[in-house]
Structures are given as C-alpha cells and as structure tokens.
Design a binder for this molecule. Structure first.
Ligand SMILES: CC(C)(COP(=O)(O)OP(=O)(O)OC[C@H]1O[C@@H](n2cnc3c(N)ncnc32)[C@H](O)[C@@H]1OP(=O)(O)O)[C@@H](O)C(=O)NCCC(=O)NCCS
Length: 450
C-alpha cells in the first residue's frame, strides 16, 4: 500500500507553524498583560455587521490579561431613529452638530439599543466557538460627567455636550480584576441631571488620557493614514502627524481619528492606533504582529533604540537563551546581565524588546567589545542588526575607543560586510586574551573607529 507522504508532511508543517506562531506572540502577551486599552468605534461598525467578530477578539484580549474600556458611537443609528420619526437626519461622520430635544431622545434610544447588542455579543458562549468558556461581564453606567458645548460662533449646540469629568477610580475598579470590561456610551450626564450627546472620538480620547491607558485604538471604516503611493503608513511620530493634518490631504474619517490620536499621545497615551474594522481580526493583527495592519501614532518613533533598564533584564534573557542553547552565544548568568546592564542597548517596538547589543570598554588599550548582538529571528534582515551596530559604534566613538572587536563562531560574514577584519588573540586587550576561551575557538573581528 502506498502512503501519501505529502499530506503527512503538510500536517507536520502546519503543526510546527502553529507552535512557531504561538511562541512569536508570547512577547506581546507578556508586554501587555495588566495594561489598559481603550477601544473605540462608531455605529458604522455595528451597521456593517462586524460586532460579533470584534467582540470575540476583544474577549481573547481580555483573557490574555488586557483590561478593556470600550467606547461606542451611534451616528447611523440616531439617523435611523430620526428617519423613523420623520425628522431630518443630520448625524454625519461624527461631525459635532447641535442636538435638539428630539435628536437627544433618538440618541438615547440608539445608545440603549447598541449597549444591549454589545452585551448580547459578550454573552455568546456556544461550544466550539471563540467565545466558548468566555465569562466577561459588561459594566456600563454614569462614569462620565458632561457639560454643554454651549454657543460657538453664534451656533447654540443645545444638548450636544463635552466631557467635563471622568470617574477614573470607578472605571479602574471595574476593570481591575480582568473579568469585566467597561462600556461607555456617547451620553454623559450633568450635575443638574440632564443628559448630553457626546462625540465618540472626544469621549474615547479623554478617557484614555484620564485613566492612563497604554493604547487607544480607533476602529475605522477607513484603512488608516496612507502614504503618497497609497500604502498604509504603519507608524507616525506625533509631530509628523500634526504636519499631515495641516497639509489636509487625508479623508475626513481618518482626519478625525488622527486629530484625536495626536491629542492622546501628546497627553501621555503611549500608542494610538487607527485600524480598519473591515479586515477580519485587525485588532489582533495590529497588536500581535510586528508590522501591524493600520497606523500607529507614537510620541517619537526613534524611541525604538534605547539604553537598557532593569525592567528589560527578563526580555534580554529571553533573547539570549535560545542562542546560548544552540552554542551561538556564550552563556551569561542573569546576575552578569544585571551587573552589566548599563552596557546594553535594546531595540523596542510597541513595548516588546526584539534586539540587544552590549559594549564592553577596555580603556587601557582604547578598545571595546561588541557583545551579545541579537535581533529576534522574526525581525531579522530588515536592517535592525545594522542599526544596533551603528548605535554601538557611536557610543564607542564617544568613549574615544580606537578599535571595536567582536568574537563570533557563526556570524563572520555579517561582520566582514560591515568593515570588520579578521584579527587574532594577540590583537585583543590583555584582559580579554587571558579570558579567551580557546576550546570555543571564536573568530575575532576588529573594526577601526578612527
Ligand atoms: C547577526 C544579526 C544580529 C543580524 O541581524 P539582522 O537584523 O538580521 O541584520 P541586518 O538586517 O542588518 O542584516 C541582514 C543581512 O545579514 C545577513 N546575515 C544574517 N545573519 C548572518 C550570519 N550569521 N552570517 C552572515 N550573514 C548574516 C542576512 O542574510 C542579511 O543579508 P542581506 O542584507 O544580503 O539579505 C542576527 O542575525 C542575529 O541575531 N544572529 C544571532 C546572534 C549572533 O550571531 N550575533 C552575533 C555574535 S555576537
């Protein structure tokens, strides 16, 4: 009997792919555990029928220890209520417009209906679905104090409100245990007991700032901020985002989200994201993959490269460990890494450490060793190794180092291509010659810094 080996191979491949993929996600899971994300979306998302899949993904985030505050808008649903009542429909694209008494009644009805839809969605739990065993509770309430927008440029905005105060303690308490999510509707209440219709984007931004969220995520009907060639710009520094807004070449929906993203980042939210809800799993793709899927706004995208701090020790060890076990790097105990921490530079992206390098100076000989140069396998071959090398070289130059050297068993060509030349043990600083491990027989590469 002939056995079809191709299907067995395929099965083995998909198994090892799954394991590899799951391990690649691990650094993000560690980085975001216990952090708070504010996720905001307009009523269009519900109208377009993607609420259930979004809730499945959000439940997964919650199960992974991410605390969630959800903020929703209700523009299309308010329009629908107005239409049913034979009143003019004017809630368009999140633009702040005056809300009269009839429109506020529609806003309340729409908000209530959406809240129930979201609660129903979180209550799914059929076996063999992503929501099986999920037990997340949805908490909503009077967390937001609002005040009227008032009269602007001669227009009375009536019952359109703005956020005046957020009960951050109550929100934090509600999500603390990680078993509940807080759901904020676009309706706020004034101390006089009146209700006001709020703009979803402003509500989400103010909340993310007030509770010190790690991320503010806007789910948009647009794809994100585009480059001139039509591709999505995956990461924008805040200052650059401000210039783009001034240039005024971005569609209205994205402009609104970008304006709020800039505001949030300026006021301390580490990252904001504009993601297309139309792509299945966009939240997961953005959070758990290096390249993401939408646009991320950060204070300064150069902060990818920085000196290591005590909080990075665990991440550095996870980078080094696999290379120690396969013999690429010499084993370094944790105590040594802690002791030498100021010698380490790390590459960080969105809270995940994905590369490191260390510089050990030998001042007497005006030499320094480049050690522990690592880029996580998932992020190799995009110039990150080179970036680390350049940074180490500039540190070495500042220390008035004349020659930089590296010891390696497997990376000789990488160093040769970057201006290093082969050296021998006698070219090393005296102290290093004494400690040189002859049985390991590493090759020595030296680069002139002068
Ligand atoms: C060496 C290392 C840091 C390079 O990181 P990187 O981000 O992939 O580097 P870059 O993107 O700047 O360079 C990629 C280029 O180097 C090449 N390269 C990667 N590893 C190499 C190796 N071991 N030998 C020779 N060339 C190598 C790639 O093929 C690629 O070539 P290309 O540009 O022609 O396609 C990374 O491969 C690594 O972490 N290796 C394991 C640890 C190690 O060996 N460290 C050095 C000893 S301390």
């Amino acid at each position: 009997m002939e056995i079809d080996t191709s299907s067995v191979e395929e099965h083995e491949n998909s198994k090892s792919q799954f394991v590899r993929w799951f391990r690649e996600v691990a650094p993000y899971v560690h980085a975001f555990r216990g952090k708070t994300f504010v996720v905001a979306f307009g009523g269009e998302l519900i109208q377009d029928g993607v609420l259930n899949t979004l809730v499945q993904d959000l439940s997964l985030l919650s199960a992974l220890g991410i605390r969630l505050v959800l903020v929703y808008g209700s523009g299309p649903q308010i329009n629908e209520q107005l239409r049913l009542k034979g009143l003019p429909q004017n809630f368009n694209n999140g633009i702040v417009i005056p809300t009269n008494t009839a429109a506020l009644e529609c806003a309340k009805e729409a908000a209530g209906e959406i809240r129930l839809d979201i609660e129903a969605s979180f209550s799914q739990g059929l076996p063999n679905t992503p929501m099986s065993h999920s037990q997340i509770k949805v908490i909503s309430g009077n967390f937001i104090t609002a005040s009227p927008v008032g009269v602007l440029n001669g227009i009375d905005f009536q019952l359109t409100g703005k956020v005046r105060k957020i009960d951050t303690e109550a929100i934090k308490f509600a999500i603390e245990k990680g078993t509940s999510v807080v759901l904020l509707s676009p309706i706020g209440f004034s101390p006089t007991g009146d209700a006001f219709h709020l703009e979803m984007e402003e509500l989400a931004t103010s909340t993310a700032i007030a509770i010190g969220a790690e991320k503010l995520i806007f789910l948009s009907s647009s794809e994100g901020v585009k480059n001139a060639d039509g591709s999505i710009n995956p990461e924008i520094a805040r200052a650059k985002a401000e210039t783009l807004l001034q240039d005024n070449n971005i569609d209205t929906t994205t402009t609104k989200f970008l304006k709020n993203s800039v505001m949030a980042v300026k006021k301390g939210v580490a990252r904001t994201h504009i993601l297309p809800y139309g792509i299945d799993g966009s939240v997961l793709l953005e959070i758990f993959t290096h390249g993401g899927i939408g646009t991320m706004v950060v204070e300064d995208n150069l902060d990818d490269l920085r000196e290591a701090s005590i909080d990075d020790v665990g991440a550095i060890i996870s980078l080094i460990e696999p290379l120690e076990s396969d013999g690429t790097l010499v084993p370094r105990p944790k105590s040594l890494i802690e002791r030498d921490l100021e010698k380490f530079t790390v590459l960080e992206h969105d809270g995940v450490i994905y590369g490191c390098a260390a510089l050990y100076p030998f001042p007497i000989e005006k030499m320094a060793e480049l050690a522990c140069l690592i880029v996580h396998p998932e992020w190799q071959s995009s110039g990150e190794g080179e970036l680390l090398l350049r940074h180490i070289e500039s540190r070495a130059k500042k220390m008035k180092i004349d020659r930089l050297f590296a010891l390696t068993t497997r990376t000789s060509h990488w160093f040769l291509k970057r201006g290093f030349v082969r050296g021998s043990v006698k070219d090393l600083p005296k102290e290093k010659q004494i400690n040189y491990n002859r049985s390991r027989n590493s090759l020595i590469f030296i680069k002139n810094m002068k």
